[in-house]
Ligand binder design. Structure first.
Ligand SMILES: NC(=O)c1ccc[n+]([C@@H]2O[C@H](COP(=O)([O-])OP(=O)(O)OC[C@H]3O[C@@H](n4cnc5c(N)ncnc54)[C@H](OP(=O)(O)O)[C@@H]3O)[C@@H](O)[C@H]2O)c1
Length: 332
């Protein structure tokens, strides 16, 4: 990681959901990157955030680099809209690297609770909160013009296993997914619980699909930045399934280890890290980078904007703009 070819060119890194799993692993890696001198852990729980800060600072006690905590809850639109002011008060330096990592399936309560913004909770925690944070920092002049942004996506966006292929057509239909008023042709609603123990929901895949489209559209609106969506792939060693009920919360991590499904934490983090490097094919601005294979989602990555297997949905600029418009209906 000290190789100058991996020079990310910036000093201040912001990571959401940085206290555990991929977020914490990435905080460690980013802290090792040349020229990074400040890592900001944006977390919702103060105690967990401070524990992570101490662990991370302890690893780099001899260097001049600083670890800072800024509290934010991506489910809470107000907290995300206020993030620019908070950042200015606490950090007061433009963000050079922004890893939008917070989220996941969120457990059995995550999906159908509606937020004051009119969005489902699962969409807010995974997508809307990050879109608001980006805008809040931009308004506050706290995004470096060459900022590198990696949104943590997932292969579930394409349709995978129990996650059906999302039905995304235009801004109205995408907004209906976000507000949970969508009815699919089979008569089911946008958010369906899957399996005993509620391991997850179809809404999660739709959230990650809308996000990939939104961030591709955002990249075209900020050409000096590098903005992309990267999936870590099926990654063991995180707490992604901890809230999926006892059955799936224990079974899935066990199966992943027993049958070698998914790759280790280091491999998942490596993919995200490549997003911050300069001109790493296929990690170019606007891309949605994820596993070419989705069963299991590991191995070689492709840019899904030009991957014919999915009917080029993610490369459709009209659909990207529809997602952009729909998401912004729920923003300030
Ligand atoms: N692991 C995989 O196989 C995989 C595959 C594809 C994509 N992903 C994505 O990777 C990202 C990280 O997941 P992970 O596997 O590392 O899971 P994890 O170990 O559960 O970590 C999730 C992190 O996000 C934080 N978070 C969740 N909701 C938040 C909110 N509303 N506000 C602020 N922080 C919040 C959590 O904080 P708390 O500690 O407070 O809960 C935690 O730090 C997620 O976006 C997930 O969708 C994971």
């Amino acid at each position: 990681m000290d190789d100058p070819a991996f020079d990310v060119g910036g000093g201040v890194a912001l990571i959401t959901g940085a206290n555990q799993g991929l977020g914490f692993e990435m905080a460690k890696r980013i802290a090792h990157m040349p020229r990074v001198n400040k890592v900001v852990l944006a977390c919702r729980n103060e105690q967990r955030a401070n524990e992570a800060r101490e662990k991370l600072q302890g690893l780099f006690a001899d260097t001049s680099f600083e670890v800072v905590v800024v509290l934010v809850d991506t489910e809470d639109t107000t907290s995300c809209r206020d993030f620019g002011a908070k950042w200015t008060a606490i950090v007061n330096a433009p963000v050079d690297l922004f890893l939008m990592n917070a989220g996941g399936m969120g457990g059995r309560d995550a999906s159908d609770i509606m937020q004051p913004s009119g969005s489902t909770r699962i969409f807010a925690m995974n997508v809307l909160g990050h879109a608001e944070m980006f805008d809040a920092l931009f308004r506050a002049n706290m995004l470096s013009p060459k900022c590198k942004v990696v949104y943590v996506g997932s292969e579930v966006a394409v349709g995978m296993g129990p996650f059906p292929k999302p039905d995304l057509r235009d801004a109205d239909n995408i907004a209906a997914h976000i507000s949970n008023t969508y009815n699919d042709p089979t008569g089911a609603t946008a958010i369906k619980w899957i399996g005993p123990g509620n391991m997850g929901q179809s809404g999660y895949g739709t959230c990650k699909a809308i996000a990939a489209l939104y961030f591709s559209a955002l990249a075209r609106r900020h050409p000096s930045m590098k903005i992309l969506t990267v999936s870590p792939g099926g990654t063991r060693g995180t707490n992604a399934h901890a809230k999926s009920g006892w059955f799936f919360g224990n079974l899935i991590p066990f199966m992943m280890v027993a049958f070698g499904v998914g790759h280790p934490l280091a491999k998942g983090a490596e993919r995200l890290q490549y997003g911050f490097f300069v001109n790493e094919d296929p990690y170019v601005s606007g891309a949605f980078v994820a596993s070419k294979a989705i069963a299991p989602p590991v191995g070689k990555c492709v840019d899904y904007r030009s991957f014919k297997k999915t009917g080029n949905v993610f490369g459709d600029e009209k659909l990207q703009d529809a997602a952009y418009e729909a998401v912004r209906r729920f923003m300030r």
